[in-house]
Design a protein around this ligand. Structure first.
Ligand code: ME8
Length: 514
């Protein structure tokens, strides 16, 4: 048998200059769902997330709090790890950019870009946004009430110092040719046009070191210089799989299949990153996907507005699976989305508790009560049975097509459309009435329902891993028959097995007492 195909997927690495917020949670959950999908579909997956510890923003926040940047990072990194645990993020590696291996990797990438003739010393004079950790051309800035802002509405300040530069201007044509040859490199399509237009507008050489800051990776052979934070940050994707040791077992995962990031950092990933890699003679990632932003009832979240949401508190209030399902199902992946208490309660009670939870509870308790828990064998199938099974068996092909665009919301919508079909089928067939008039037919209806639940639960593992696992337990599906290879007619649930005592999988959300 051929070795399974590799699939390397990453989130952005977050700045641990504060506690994680719902935007960080959203990115981790979406990337996790894609990683779980690929694992279930037989890929050899490596999924990495982590923190971006260097840079001016970290140094300035630490100074304000009167502590060192490493201490600031340690404190908040622990919160990012706790968030990953609380949200069932199935990462293979959580990377920190202060790891010694990351210094080695960043310095090696630098040396290769320098050897290619792309790094030179000059004086930088221009606008810098600490909040974005980004340099902007004056034409991208605007002056309001005496304060100058960058394109993402963060204040910029004038900086002038001797720094090392990356010859980005030399990559304009190569990047345009690269986008042309790799039409899927940037997703969704709307972001692709933005990037192409930005590159067509002309690229300035990029300042890639600082002397006014010591919190960073030292530039090789250049005392007093640390790397511009984005150079070391992007390199994390190489460090995590063993670079520069090309004999490292994990190096087989390069190039990455997908960097999942927020739309605000598309430029770094879709312009700078491929240029650095082309310069260093390394293969480029296959895809950069810029997801949308989450807002609180349409309002941008900010510490000053006091509407920053703690994702760990949310997962405790609603349940981890419930929060994951809501974010994945509600927000078309790639678009902006909004969070509200009403919207999440509605999804929990309608899709999870009513549609899937009740169907499982009603059908499984009939098997328990009427048949002593033994899964009945089906009799001859009628058209209604065949139609429902055909719709269920068709899900895998649709899901595979959708995952190509990372359309997780579409996959869940398709799976839950089958749940709705199954509910209509169950109500129309009325197995509780058939039990008295035609018990063999009641058995067939219960068997078909259990088989649909089996396949639905296998898919639901990407969004609601814990509850889906419990549903598969209730259906006595063996551990080694829970992946996509077990979907479809060849994996049909085996009649005769004794099912465990049924229990609820998705409780209704009830408002806590004041
Ligand atoms: O940008 N909704 O770190 P970060 C959705 N360290 N996503 C959001 C969001 C929101 N409201 N706010 C932020 C950085 N994000 C860099 C990345 S990668 C080599 C270095 C996303 O902590 C944001 O777009 O500011 C990014 O993908 C991630 O959260 C981390 O943001």
């Amino acid at each position: 048998m051929a070795a399974p195909e590799t699939f390397y997927i990453t989130t952005a690495i977050s700045y641990p200059n504060g506690a994680p917020h719902i935007g960080h949670a959203y990115e981790a959950i979406a990337t996790d769902a894609i990683a779980r999908f690929k694992r279930l579909d037989g890929y050899d997956v490596f999924f990495m997330t982590g923190v971006d510890e260097h840079g001016l923003k970290m140094a300035q926040t630490a100074a304000k709090e009167g502590i060192g940047p490493k201490e600031l990072s340690d404190r908040h990194t622990a919160q990012f790890v706790a968030m990953a645990d609380a949200l069932a993020i199935s990462r293979d590696r959580f990377i920190r950019t202060t790891e010694p291996a990351h210094y080695v990797a960043s310095q090696e990438l630098w040396r290769r870009m320098k050897a290619a003739g792309d790094i030179f010393l000059d004086t930088y004079a221009g606008w810098y946004s600490v909040r974005d950790e980004a340099f902007y051309d004056e034409s991208e800035t605007t002056l309001r009430d005496g304060v100058r802002y960058g394109p993402q509405n963060t204040p910029v300040e004038w900086t002038e110092e001797e720094t090392w530069f990356f010859r980005l201007s030399a990559y304009q044509d190569r990047l345009l040719a690269f986008y042309e040859a790799n039409p899927d490199f940037i997703g969704p399509d709307s972001r692709r046009n933005e990037v192409v237009n930005f590159v067509k507008g002309g690229l300035q050489d990029l300042s890639i070191s600082r002397t006014t800051l010591s919190w960073g990776v030292p530039v090789p052979d250049a005392p007093g210089h640390v790397m511009y934070v984005w150079v070391d940050a992007l390199t994390n994707y190489l460090t995590g799989i063993g670079f520069p040791d090309e004999n490292d077992a994990d190096w087989r995962f390069w190039p990455a299949d997908a960097h999942v990031i927020g739309k605000d950092i598309t430029r770094f990933h879709a312009v700078y990153w491929p240029a650095f890699l082309l310069s260093a003679g390394l293969p480029t990632p296959r895809r950069v996907f810029g997801h949308g932003f989450l807002t609180n009832r349409g309002e941008k979240m900010s510490k000053s507005l006091g509407n920053v949401i703690d994702p760990v508190a949310l997962s405790k209030a609603y349940g981890t699976d419930q929060l994951r399902y809501f974010l994945l199902r509600e927000v078309p992946f790639g678009q902006d989305g909004s969070y509200s208490h009403e919207a999440i309660v509605n999804r929990i009670n309608a899709d999870l508790a009513n549609d899937l939870g009740n169907l499982a509870q009603r059908s499984l308790s009939m098997i328990a009560k009427n048949l002593g828990g033994a899964l009945p064998a089906p009799g001859p199938l009628e058209p209604a049975d065949e139609t429902l099974l055909a719709a269920t068996d068709a899900l895998l092909a649709k899901a595979r097509a959708a995952i190509g665009d990372f359309a997780i919301h579409t996959i869940l919508a398709d799976v839950w459309a089958v749940v709705a079909d199954a509910n209509r089928y169950f109500a129309a067939q009325a197995p509780w009435a058939l039990r008295k008039t035609d018990p063999a037919r009641a058995d067939t209806v219960l068997y078909v329902t259990a088989e649909v639940l089996r396949q639905v639960a296998i898919f639901a593992q990407i969004a609601t891993p814990e509850a889906a696992g419990r549903l598969l337990d209730l259906l006595a599906v063996p551990e080694d028959a829970r992946d996509f290879a077990a979907l479809g007619p060849d994996g049909r649930i085996a009649p005769g097995v004794t099912l465990p005592e049924p229990a609820g999988i998705f409780p209704r959300y009830v408002e806590p007492e004041e």
